[in-house]
Design a binder for this molecule. Structure first.
Ligand code: NCD
Length: 322
């Protein structure tokens, strides 16, 4: 049975924002993993929880989402709390942003309605901007091409569950490494574990130089290639991402790279035995549907891991793990 973290451990995140994987410490990362396992145990054993009874989470999505928004809401309800939500896209606004209200003003108001705030925005830096306006903890659920720390946390949790450890693994990250905030967040966490990184992307969609430089200076072996076969060879984990159409300056540039890779049965057959395949989802066509029946295809299990991870984040940041 998973143990509840100690009071000393819980203090590491109480009252804190979670904005970027860059700034979370290894100790905080470990605490989130431990708390998620504790909550997963309660979910599996159908133990009802009241850790956040009487608390409200404001869940504000200014960009499309299925998994992240619904798993944050499910997490809040599983903890006995409630959620108030805004869900809109720049094309279809329903909140006062349609009247020209700034994010800062909206956040200052919403801070008075809730105990914790979860925000997704197309604007890089929106998590920090929201945190500047709020006294309550803010969780960044994706800011433009910036960061998506709760996704990366569930990715780490999934690798740990699938493989039992991360140290010594070869992790291949494939796809849109330029615009994808999920891979940007993930590699900062991988830096804490002694694993080798293989970054596979078309030349136009390479991981930003400042991120690879930071990985290398942390002692991580980083290989970069545009060749899927080379990238997958010897990988223990294959993390696949979608080409982020909405972030391209023009549709023509997207069209050039949109079908760069497809992980299909042939790719899986040539892979190392026991390789796991992860994807933050949604997939477009970068993983063939036939791959779903491969035992290492972990992406749907990965999506489900979002609930205990987000329960941990909500309860830890508000100091409510009971
Ligand atoms: C990711 C995102 O929004 O950045 N999705 C998610 O949260 N599961 C990845 C993506 O949209 O490609």
């Amino acid at each position: 049975m998973a143990l509840k973290p100690s009071e000393g451990e819980l203090a590491l995140l109480s009252g804190q924002d979670v904005l970027s994987s860059k700034t979370l410490t290894y100790e905080q990362l470990q605490l989130i993993m431990k708390t998620a396992a504790y909550y997963e145990d309660a979910l599996v054993n159908k133990r009802r929880l009241f850790d956040m009874e009487g608390e409200i989470a404001a869940i504000l999505f200014f960009e499309p989402s299925t998994r992240t928004r619904l798993s944050f809401e499910a997490a809040m309800y599983r903890l006995g709390g409630s959620a108030i939500t805004v869900s809109e896209t720049p094309q279809m606004q329903t909140s006062s942003t349609a009247k020209g209200e700034t994010l800062y003003d909206a956040m200052r108001v919403i801070d008075g309605y809730a105990d914790v705030i979860v925000v997704r925005s197309p604007k890089t830096g929106a998590g920090q901007e929201s945190a500047d306006a709020c006294d309550h903890p803010v969780i960044n659920a994706g800011d433009g091409t910036g960061q998506h720390p709760s996704q990366a946390l569930l990715d780490i949790y999934t690798i740990l569950k699938e493989h039992g450890h991360i140290e010594g693994l070869k992790v291949a990250v494939l796809g849109d490494l330029k615009y994808g905030r999920a891979p940007h967040s993930l590699v900062y966490f991988l830096k804490h574990y002694g694993c080798d990184l293989v970054l596979v992307s078309p030349p136009q969609l390479k991981m930003p130089e400042e991120i690879t430089a930071e990985m290398r200076s942390a002692g991580i072996k980083v290989e970069e290639t545009s060749d899927l076969k080379i990238g997958v060879a010897e990988a223990d984990v294959l993390y696949v991402t979608r080409v982020q159409r909405e972030r391209f300056p023009s549709l023509e540039e997207y069209e050039l790279v949109k079908d760069s890779y497809t992980v299909n049965d042939e790719v899986v057959a040539a892979a190392k035995k026991g390789m796991s395949i992860l994807h933050p989802l949604p997939r477009v066509h970068e993983i063939a549907v036939s791959v779903d029946s491969y035992p290492g295809a972990a992406y749907f299990r990965q999506a489900h891991n979002g609930v205990p991870i987000r329960m941990a984040l909500l309860a830890l940041t508000t100091g409510n793990v009971r």
